[in-house]
Design a protein around this ligand. Structure first.
Ligand code: ZN
Ligand code: ZN
Length: 364
């Protein structure tokens, strides 16, 4: 079928919005009409070739939409179901069987191969050229996506679909890290390094779990203002404040969530950990080498990486929607809406810090 999609063609270049062909769903797939999709840093890291997947590619992995067709082998779905698309997993390997699907052994081929597992492409330009698709089993910078049962999470129909897409990646990553891995309590001082969408989701989850002190760290003042509105008790602007000194003045941290991947920030965060504290690493930057001061780490401190909040999307996505409805996960405060044609403007606004979570709406 003919669809409209934003195609990444050149490393570091702009997206081009084009009419392309989407293959028919096979027996294991769902055809989903995309209502809206978030833009996440992982999309941009492929455009910039920090993750060097071969271009051209249709990216997008925070899609939300309506099921239109259901493959013969897919049970439990019917046309009209509302779904949030998330990362795909095999459901059968050891991590999947042990309720840690974010560490699925098939994670790379299922989410990044650009084709079906049998090697067939699902997207073609009008010229006949194959285009990378199936990104996170969705490629949702498009009016339609092919998804699978394991990465299409059914949600209630009485919530605005255009807000829900980022639950599939950015929000579950930040919130899941706090709710599943760190589990702060009233005596916990938790710091979030980088107040973008993932950091804000972590902060909202920490607030919902009644963390005692929540510190937001960023270098954009408008983000810190929003972080305080969302529940940060303290904020540090690294553009004009000494991070190590400020963290020491606040008594150090029990838990940290680094979303920046910036080596200097990670070293400072590790130094600020209190005895038996834990620092989680959620993002990487172009410079992945970090210098660590080992001696103080020996006092029971933990530095651990976390993928996708170490969560089961089937559990956490509906849970976060309930928290949104009861006011404890106000994700609407993060969203800025754009049309698919405005994708390059949306990317520029996320780089400048103007928009925390850009969401492309397909009907505009
Ligand atoms: Zn698996
Ligand atoms: Zn993402």
């Amino acid at each position: 079928m003919k669809i409209k999609a934003a195609v990444a063609r050149e490393a570091g270049g702009q997206f081009s919005v084009e009419g392309i062909d989407l293959a028919d769903p096979n027996d294991d797939e769902l055809l989903v009409q995309i209502v809206a999709t978030g833009i996440c840093h992982t999309d941009l890291s492929i455009v910039d070739q920090i993750m060097p997947l071969p271009l051209p590619f249709v990216l997008g992995h925070e899609g939300a939409g309506v099921v239109e067709k259901v493959g013969a082998n897919v049970s439990g779905y019917e046309p009209g179901d509302h779904v949030v698309l998330t990362f795909n997993t095999c459901g059968a390997c050891a991590p999947c069987s042990d309720s840690h699907p974010a560490y699925c052994e098939q994670y790379m081929p299922l989410n990044f191969m650009g084709r079906r597992l049998d090697g067939s492409p699902t997207l073609h330009a009008e010229s006949g050229e194959a285009i990378g698709g199936g990104f996170f089993s969705q490629s949702s910078f498009a009016t339609y996506s092919l998804a699978q049962a394991r990465n299409a999470i059914k949600i209630r129909k009485d919530v605005p679909l255009e807000l829900m897409g980022p639950l599939g990646c950015g929000y579950l990553t930040g919130a899941g890290t706090v709710m599943n891995v760190l589990r702060p309590g009233p005596d916990t001082t938790l710091a979030v390094f980088g107040a973008g969408a993932v950091g804000m989701a972590a902060l909202m989850a920490a607030k919902a779990m009644n963390a005692g002190k929540i510190i937001a760290v960023d270098r954009v003042e408008s983000r810190l203002a929003l972080a305080r509105e969302l529940g940060a008790s303290d904020s540090i602007n690294t553009a004009d404040q000494d991070l190590a000194g400020e963290l020491a003045e606040l008594g150090g941290i029990d838990q940290g969530v680094d979303t920046s991947g910036v080596p200097a920030l990670i070293s400072t965060a590790a130094d600020a950990l209190k005895t038996r504290g834990t620092l989680t690493l959620l993002g990487a930057s172009k410079e992945p080498q970090v210098t660590l001061n080992v001696l103080p780490l020996i006092s029971g401190k933990v530095i651990r990486g976390v993928v996708n909040g170490d969560c089961d999307p089937v559990a956490i996505i509906p849970q976060l929607i309930e928290m949104y409805l009861d006011g404890s996960f106000p994700m609407d405060k993060l969203a800025g809406f754009y049309s698919l044609e405005q994708i390059n403007e949306a990317v520029a606004d996320t780089h400048s810090g103007k928009t925390i979570k850009p969401i492309l709406k397909m009907d505009e």
